[in-house]
Design a protein around this ligand. Structure first.
Ligand code: LRH
Ligand code: MN
Length: 434
């Protein structure tokens, strides 16, 4: 295939890729600046806030994902956590928007965690929340999680699951992480199979031990999910169960909202508003979905829903809600695209929703709400959502030394082709999300 490989993390390669795009960007930026200044908005202030917005990359997202039916591996897939880190650095170099990585243990286990931290630092990356995993049995594991983990009826299985989470905290400390995300698939497939109340009590008893092992400056992020792998009842099934658990455990426990973990049409921005009110919004796993936990690219199905979530976040900032600092992470499965391209465009879709939410005239909106002028209140949001903020997003990248057009620059680098040569595929038969 024509075209030599150039490392897409190379600053001069990026500057070269930007050279022919800067003039048009300047024109578009000036035009948008004029439109926004007529609305009393300083475009440079918005660009600065967008440039400051970062989202964490899920380490499990840089490989090709799959479903229970099949996984069709892509070319040049990362084969270990060190190669995943290299790919995460490409995403951050070209977007300037993904300074941290969220690891999943034991999927990302290595005997050289200090070496991993060193390599991350050299690549300009840090580590966000670590994710524990008691939803799979691993080779050599003594007790199975078939019937649950932190809520299993057997205290020995619960103890094994607690120990794994405490180990994740220890590893996270080595990496400079300051949060543990706990998602468990525990639940039931049949009515009567599980005592719904006692299962929740066992959850609290187990997570209390994990909570007590948290360093002073750490957070525990509790991730709820409506169903799958349990198909009748899930112990932490919704935001109510998650909030109850967080409030029961203590001030270091927060709720994490994975956008795909709700029934279709659930009003997620309302859930966000309630968790902001409770001061327990710990963070997000951003993705999109049409039916179930589809883990599709963020903003690819329902960008207005994503905007409405960011509208709640910007409103909380604007109202100066105390200690408001949710962690932003992506959690997607890239079954038919190059994961690097999907993660770059998804990070940008988050910045787009954030930029649009920053354009909402909140004084005017509050007036229309006070006067019950439903039409104009809705129009005030729509005006922000329908503003093409592309020049702001590209300028924010340019200001950070990233690419004006990340996907074009990435393809021009031939990084994936180079990886296909360097990383001979280890084909495995079968399904599974990673
Ligand atoms: C569960 C989930 C959770 C991860 C897993 C990879 O559906 O969203 O956040 O541990 O995906
Ligand atoms: Mn998730």
């Amino acid at each position: 295939m024509a075209g030599t490989y150039t490392d897409p993390r190379d600053r001069s390669f990026i500057a070269d890729a930007n050279a022919k795009l800067t003039k048009d960007l300047d024109a578009d930026y000036a035009a948008l600046g004029a439109i926004l200044s007529r609305r009393g908005i300083d475009i440079d202030a918005v660009t600065a806030m967008v440039a400051n917005f970062g989202v964490a990359i899920p380490s499990w997202g840089v490989g090709t994902g799959g479903t229970r039916f099949a996984r069709f591996p892509g070319r040049g897939e990362p084969r270990n956590v060190f190669e995943k880190l290299e790919d995460c650095a490409v995403i951050h170099s070209l977007t300037g928007a993904t300074p941290t990585v969220s690891l999943h243990l034991p999927w990302d286990h290595t005997d050289d965690m200090p070496g991993l931290r060193q390599r991350a630092t050299a690549l300009g990356l840090g580590f966000d929340a670590v994710n524990s995993n008691t939803f799979q049995d691993r080779p050599g594991q003594k007790l199975s999680y078939k019937f649950g983990s932190l809520t299993h009826t057997d205290a020995a299985v619960r103890a094994q699951a607690v120990e794994h989470n405490v180990e994740c905290i220890r590893i996270g400390q080595l990496l400079g992480s300051r949060a543990l995300t706990v998602w468990i698939g525990d639940g039931a497939n049949f009515p009567g199979q599980q005592h719904l109340g006692r299962a929740f009590e066992r959850y609290i008893e187990s997570t209390r031990q994990i909570y007590d092992a948290l360093p002073a400056d750490w957070r525990m992020l509790i991730e709820h999910k409506m169903y799958e792998p349990a198909f009748y009842a899930t112990v932490i099934q919704d935001w109510g169960s998650s909030l109850l658990a967080a409030q029961t455990l203590g001030p270091k426990a927060f709720c994490l909202v994975d956008l795909g973990h709700h029934a279709p049409n659930v009003n997620i921005e309302m859930i966000v508003s309630r968790l902001v009110h409770a001061r327990r919004l710990g963070g997000f796993h951003f993705n999109d979905s049409k039916y179930g936990d589809d883990d599709l690219d963020t903003g690819s199905i329902d960008p207005y829903r994503l905007f409405l979530v960011f509208n709640e976040l910007v409103d909380a900032q604007w109202r100066q809600v105390p200690d408001f600092n949710p962690a932003h992470m992506l959690d997607q499965s890239h079954n038919v695209t190059d994961p690097i391209e999907s993660l770059m465009t998804s990070a940008i879709e988050l910045q787009r929703a954030y930029a649009q939410a920053l354009l909402v005239d909140r004084e005017v909106l509050a007036d229309y709400q006070q006067q019950n002028d439903a039409l104009m209140a809705s129009q005030t949001l729509k005006r922000a959502f329908t503003t093409d903020v592309q020049p702001i997003l590209a300028r924010a990248r340019l200001q950070k030394g990233a690419a004006i057009d990340p996907v074009a620059a990435y393809r021009r680098s031939h990084y994936r082709i180079e990886c296909a040569v360097k990383r001979p595929a280890a084909h495995s038969f079968g399904g599974g999300i990673v």
